[in-house]
Design a binder for this molecule. Structure first.
Ligand code: B12
Length: 215
């Protein structure tokens, strides 16, 4: 059944967590195609949030509320989606490095990648270097994301990259790093493939990276 899903986008943009959950459930009960709920309702809403944020028309607390609404709706929708519905952009492993407990930015980045059709494995905060390597071996992602918010934990990112080299798997994965103190120069210095100053832009530069690679 088809249905106007702009109200799904609207509730997401207003950050109405419970109302969006109800709406998602109602749509499923009315036999709206789950992939349509995602592609015509949630994703355009999240895109618009990302754009407003970039333009300075929305602030962090509102963005977080929208992200929470998206996440709640996805919990309801996920069991109804087939692998194909989720998009096949690839797989991402993402985590915050050892000694670092900050996860808000990492989770936003994870959500943006999920929204762009990635299967995202979020390994959490304070992850020892070897856990990143283990996760890359296990899940064979095409993207590895690392987050650090402290100048004292940033060096862990370079160490993980070195461990990937030692394990002979560095070339199998594109490494993208982020977090407030991280810079483009730092990314270059430690041999990361990509750096993004914000979560919205991260998806775009990753897409460009793979397009260039396959050209
Ligand atoms: C919230 C917060 C906390 C919370 C974290 C809660 C949580 N669940 O995450 C708590 C209270 C736990 C905390 C603790 C500490 N914090 Co703190 N914290 C912050 C604060 C205020 C906001 C961080 C945040 O969430 N920002 C919002 C998100 C959305 O932004 P973001 O993380 O930068 O992420 C964006 C981008 O960077 C990017 N991104 C982030 N990660 C990734 C990953 C990838 C792959 C990609 C592509 C993009 C990406 O995308 C995101 C969205 O655009 C910052 C100040 C600041 N302005 O940054 C200090 C700050 C980071 N904290 C700081 C400090 C010092 C600490 C403590 C040591 C304080 C203390 N003395 O106890 C502890 C350390 C704990 C630890 N071991 O990690 C300092 C760091 C200084 C430094 N340069 O090292 C800061 C800068 C505050 C300051 N000015 O002093 N903190």
């Amino acid at each position: 059944m088809s249905m106007d899903l702009s109200n799904v986008s609207e509730k997401l943009m207003e950050g109405k967590v419970d109302e969006l959950k109800q709406l998602t459930e109602q749509a499923l009960q009315s036999e709206v195609n789950p992939a349509d709920i995602l592609n015509q309702g949630l994703l355009p809403g999240m895109d618009a949030v990302g754009q407003k944020w970039k333009d300075g028309d929305m602030f962090m607390p509102e963005v977080l509320r929208c992200a929470k609404a998206m996440s709640g709706a996805m919990d309801i929708l996920r069991p109804h989606l087939s692998e194909g519905d989720m998009g096949n952009a690839g797989t991402m492993v993402i985590g915050t490095v050892a000694g670092d407990l900050h996860d808000i930015g990492k989770d936003l980045a994870a959500m943006m990648f999920e929204g762009a059709g990635y299967k995202v494995i979020n390994i959490g905060i304070d992850q020892p270097n070897e856990n990143f390597v283990k996760a890359v071996k296990e899940h064979k992602p095409n993207v590895l994301g690392m987050s650090a918010l402290l100048t004292t934990t940033m060096p862990r990112m370079g160490e993980v990259i070195n461990s990937l080299k030692e394990a002979g798997i560095r070339d199998q994965v594109a490494v993208i790093i982020g977090g407030a103190p991280v810079t483009e120069e730092f990314a270059e210095e430690i041999g990361a493939d990509l750096y993004a100053p914000n979560a919205g832009g991260a998806v775009d530069i990753t897409r460009e990276f793979f397009e260039k690679k396959s050209a």
